[in-house]
Design a binder for this molecule. Structure first.
Ligand code: ITT
Length: 201
């Protein structure tokens, strides 16, 4: 018997959806956003604002709960960029590969390669869009000087998490899902969902 209402995930990124399904596990029912749905522009000033824009857009079509994820890579040598523009770093319709190459170009000759991934999750009520809970997770690491590995998505082939020697592009998904920014944000969100169920009954 699944816990709580179904949770629609307000993302157009299938990699995020499959990571979130693995992280929430079999106790929860996660649903994709309506097929073919057009998301509004992510023109907020923070991960939180952008996660809310996505979640509220989907809440108009959903019952139950809706989860928004906004995330990004923060590079110290670039003052925290690309941050909230990570998906669009090399242009509005950029592919992951184009973004990785643009970042490597930007960091050519730069010795300080420290960076972190950050994920912010929001949970809103389907229909009303009322904000119910938020959480955040971070993983520290460093950037390589070339793409390494084919796994994951986005900047994974460039990012070596701290305490490891290879990128998220090489590490098995099961390892990424133990230590990633998204794994930490979900771990912080789950007790809030349990608490909401407690107050709802
Ligand atoms: P949605 O907005 O539809 O959810 P998106 O991929 O555009 O999908 P974001 O706007 O949150 O998502 O942008 C996050 C970008 O940050 C993403 O496209 C990647 O480039 C990067 N990113 C976030 N999490 C990542 C991860 O776990 N591994 C690699 N790159 C990641």
């Amino acid at each position: 018997m699944p816990k709580g209402p179904a949770i629609t995930v307000a993302t157009a990124n299938p990699h995020k959806l499959s990571e979130l399904e693995a992280l929430f596990g079999p106790d929860w029912t996660l649903l994709p956003a309506p097929a073919g749905m057009e998301f509004p522009p992510e023109n907020g000033n923070s991960y939180l604002e952008n996660a809310l824009i996505k979640a509220r857009a989907v809440s108009a079509y959903s019952k139950g709960w809706v989860l928004g994820d906004d995330s990004g890579l923060e590079v110290d040598a670039l003052g925290g960029l690309p941050g909230i523009i990570s998906a669009r770093f090399s242009g509005p319709a950029a592919t992951s590969l184009e973004n990785c190459h643009a970042l490597l170009k930007e960091l050519k000759g730069v010795e300080n390669r420290t960076a972190r991934f950050r994920a912010v999750l929001v949970l809103v009520e389907g229909g009303s869009g009322k904000l119910l809970a938020t959480s955040e997770g971070v993983v520290e690491g460093r950037l390589t000087k070339g793409l390494l590995g084919e796994g994951g998505f986005g900047y994974d082939p460039l990012f070596i998490p701290e305490k490891y020697q290879v990128t998220f592009g090489i590490l098995p998904e099961s390892v990424k899902n133990t230590i990633s920014h998204r794994a930490r944000a979900v771990a912080a969100m789950l007790p809030k969902l349990e608490a909401l169920l407690g107050t709802a009954s």
